[in-house]
Design a binder for this molecule. Structure first.
Ligand code: URA
Length: 249
């Protein structure tokens, strides 16, 4: 939900200030009713908003798949002036925001969109969208520890939901190993905390897949729009009632 004047301004009706004047003058309707107060909040995806009897034009939905490099903040703005992910999207004029987050020192697949509905659904663990991470960790975790990662680990904010974990390889010197983890939650620094909890701290971390989406064809810092077929497939993966029939993407 956003303030009406902000939604109007985003739709290109006028500046935010001028939009406030339009509201006070009684020229704006929401769901058929004139709204003259400035505090009103609306959902542009659901509410019918008109100015002088004409529906406002909403921004097209855009869906961007970014290969986030390390050293970039998953945010729209950083008070400390560090690089943020949207700095990498030079050709994108719509106001997209990230779906979930990757740490400053995590690289990999990050989806950005202005489709709030899809973003919320994708972020919700009930839809069980696979988030696949590859982590180089210190040392060589014993099979029992790898099984624990998959079954669930007690962290300070509770038990992690079951996922999958496997040891991909160990460096020749045996001082580090590459793990692949598939999780469905998106808790703060979750993978790092899980690996720390089994005594094998993360050295580097990358998200390599989100559902059926991979990083194929992209290098760190590059991005591409999703195809319409990909958008359709993502939507269908999170629209379906996850209790009655779970569809994996
Ligand atoms: N888990 C983490 O620990 N960090 C990330 O960036 C993503 C998942």
């Amino acid at each position: 939900m956003e303030r009406l004047q902000k939604v109007l301004a985003h739709a290109g009706v006028a500046s935010r200030r001028h939009c406030e004047e339009l509201i006070v003058e009684g020229r704006v309707q929401v769901n058929g009713k004139v709204v003259k107060e400035l505090g009103v909040k609306v959902d542009p995806a659901i509410d019918r908003i008109m100015v002088d009897g004409r529906p406002i034009r909403l921004e097209e939905h855009v869906y961007i798949l970014l290969y986030k490099p390390t050293g970039v903040i998953t945010s729209l703005h950083d008070p400390q002036g560090r690089r943020v992910v949207t700095d990498l999207l030079k050709g994108v004029k719509e106001r997209v925001y990230p779906v979930g987050r990757l740490d400053y020192d995590t690289s990999g697949l990050l989806l950005l969109t202005n489709d709030g509905e899809l973003a919320n659904r994708l972020a919700h663990p009930s839809h069980e969208i696979d988030k696949v991470y590859r982590a180089w960790v210190k040392g060589v975790p014993a099979p029992e520890k790898v099984r624990k990662l998959a079954a669930g680990i007690m962290l300070e904010d509770g038990m992690t939901a079951p996922g999958q974990a496997k040891l991909i390889k160990t460096a020749p010197k045996g001082n580090k190993s590459l793990l692949e983890l598939i999780i469905h939650e998106g808790r703060n620094r979750q993978v790092r905390r899980m690996c720390e909890a089994i005594g094998h701290p993360v050295l580097t971390l990358e998200r390599v897949r989100l559902g059926f989406l991979s990083l194929e064809g992209l290098r760190p810092g590059e991005y591409r729009p999703l195809t319409s077929a990909e958008v359709k497939r993502l939507k269908s993966a999170v629209t379906i009632d996850s209790k009655s029939a779970r569809k994996r993407v």
